[in-house]
Every structure is written in C-alpha cells, then in structure tokens.
Design a protein around this ligand. Structure first.
Ligand code: ATP
Length: 308
C-alpha cells in the first residue's frame, strides 16, 4: 500500500538563517503509530507544522494520501488533524461549542452525535457546558484533542500530547490512541517520554539536528541495537581469563570476581549454556548470574549522543 504521508528532501531554513530541517525523507504507513523521538530543538515541531500547513518548507515535497501539501492544501488539511503543544483556546467559550465549532471550521456538516461521543470518550461530557477558562490544564489538553477529532481526520499529529499531564491522563491518552488506530487512523506523535514510545508506537523515528537518524520497527530496533549482557560473579577471584574461554567475548572486572559476557539476544543461540559448562570445565565456581538488556532509552541516548 502507498504510504499515507510521504516526505522527500524536506528542508527548512528559518528567516534567521537557522536550518531546522536538513533534507528529511520519511514514509508513514496507513494505520500505523509512529513515535518521533528527539531532543529539544531537533526539528520535530517544524516537520509537523510543515505537513499541517502552518510553516512553509524551504525545499522538498510532502504528499498526504497522494495530495501535495502546497498545491492541494485544502485536500490535505481536510485529512489531517493536529493536536498542538500550546494550549491556545478561547477562554470564554464552552467545551461543547469549541469542539463543534472546530468541526464547522473544517467544512464538515454538524454532527452532534459524533461530538457527544468524542466528549464522552475523552471524559469531557460532564464538562460540556463549562467555559474553557474554568478547566484544568489536563482538561484543556483533552479539549485540544477533541477539537482535532471533531472533523474525523485520517492522519492525526500529536505534538507532545502528554507533556506535563498526570499519569492517569497519560494512560487515557494511550488508550484513546489505541482506539483511534483500531478505527484506521494513522497517528504520528512526538514525545520526550521514551516509555510512551515503547508502550504505544509501532515504529520509532529518531530525529536530531534536523535529520532523521533512523526509522525502525520498534521490536526490530530493540533487537538490532539492544544489547544483552550476562554478568557472572565467581566464588573465587581469578588473575586472567583462562584460554579455554577465549571463544567468548568476556571481560574481567570486580578484582577478578566478575565476568561480563555480551551476547546477541536475537540470535538462535545465545551461547549461555555452553559458556556455563566451559566455566565449570575450567574449575571456576559460579556464585551468581544476572542478565541485563539495554532499554529503548539506552539506545536513544547512544544514537543522539553520536549525532552531536
Ligand atoms: N520561527 C522560528 N525562527 C527561527 N528559528 C526557529 C523558529 N521556530 C523554530 N526554530 C528553531 O528550529 C529548531 C527546531 O525547532 P522545533 O520546534 O522544530 O524543535 P522540536 O524538535 O520540536 O523541539 P522541542 O522538543 O523542544 O519541542 C530550534 O532550534 C528552534 O529554535
């Protein structure tokens, strides 16, 4: 299937001369949840803003469902929903009116039943007649999402949807994202919370200094870049690693009592059982064994660190 969003050589230089995007290529598949991770200033918001028609690109092309975002912007904007980072809402309007109005602004016929469902889904229904200025920050964020959902977008961009919200709202958001995906909506979210990407994304994109460092299936990324380590505590210290153990890439530490073995957790054989029998053949007594796997956070920090 053709990608729902296709980005080619996307470049953005702001008037100040600052290059926020330096030739980004990215295909987003229909129905996926893509998490974009990147440190502050990496270019995430710039990229999303260009796709949504808020910022003009300096070079490159973006198509949404086959339509060019510049020449066919009416069409692409009708397909896209955006939940921005900033909480810009009209303080004196009610929740229900704000959401219904947003649907009208996007040229959709009124649909009170749909608005009611969205408000209920976001636990906003009992606040439908409340003025926005009387809502908490978390509730306002829910209103921003309701506004974006009011015109039934096929592609939804969430720019740090859970920044500064409490744990229960974060979990609600994750559930909502799951439900939207089940209804065929493609979701692109930026986040600083790596556990969020780990929890809900199908694919992870890492962006830094205006470039995409990688885009990879989450599970494949964890297996490909994730290292596993086994640490063996020996009962008695040794001076050097015996020759018989040279086939294993071992390092000795802890004043001769700790052997560390790195292995490929994706491989069919990890080599753990043969290493353990080799240890006993060498007469080494094992006191304790532990294994550790690098997390998405370790992988991210390593990738972004390399890009510096
Ligand atoms: N209007 C502008 N004029 C000049 N520079 C800008 C403008 N908007 C953004 N930038 C710069 O472009 C870079 C990328 O900003 P952007 O907001 O896209 O990053 P981000 O990845 O979304 O960061 P964050 O995680 O902090 O939201 C930053 O260095 C920012 O200062």
């Amino acid at each position: 299937m053709a990608p729902i969003v296709s980005i080619r050589n996307l470049t953005k230089s702001y008037a100040s001369g600052f290059k926020a995007l330096k030739g980004v290529d990215l295909d987003i598949e229909q129905g996926e949840i893509l998490a974009l991770l990147g440190p502050n200033g990496a270019g995430k918001t710039t990229m999303i803003s260009i796709i949504c028609g808020i910022v003009t690109p300096s070079d490159g092309t973006v198509t949404v469902a086959g339509h060019d975002i510049l020449t066919d912007y009416r069409k692409t904007r009708s397909i896209i929903g955006l939940v921005p980072q900033e909480l810009t809402l009209d303080a004196f309007e009610t929740v229900e009116n704000t959401v219904a109005f947003s649907r009208g602004l996007h040229g959709c016929a009124p649909n009170p039943a749909l608005i009611e469902r969205i408000l209920k889904d976001l636990s906003l229904y009992d606040k439908k007649d409340t003025m926005l200025r009387q809502l908490s920050g978390g509730m306002r964020r829910r209103v921003l999402i309701a506004k974006a959902l009011s015109y039934e977008p096929k592609v939804l961009f969430l720019d740090e949807p859970t920044a500064g919200v409490d744990v229960s709202l974060r979990k609600d958001m994750w559930q909502l994202v799951e439900r939207l995906r089940a209804n065929g909506v493609t979701i692109i979210l930026t986040t600083h919370y790596i556990e969020e990407a780990e929890e809900i994304a199908d694919r992870i994109g890492v962006i830094n200094h205006g470039r995409i460092l990688l885009v990879e299936d989450k599970k494949a990324l964890m297996t490909k870049l994730g290292r596993k380590q086994m640490t063996v505590e020996l009962a008695e210290p040794i001076g050097v690693i015996p020759d018989a153990l040279s086939p294993y890439s071992l390092t000795l530490s802890g004043e001769g009592t700790r052997l560390t073995y790195e292995f490929d957790s994706s491989g069919e054989r990890t080599g753990i059982s043969s290493l353990l029998s080799a240890l006993s053949q060498c007469g080494l007594r094992v006191k304790d064994i532990s294994t550790e796997q690098s997390s998405l956070e370790d992988i991210f920090v390593e990738l972004v660190g390399e890009g510096k």
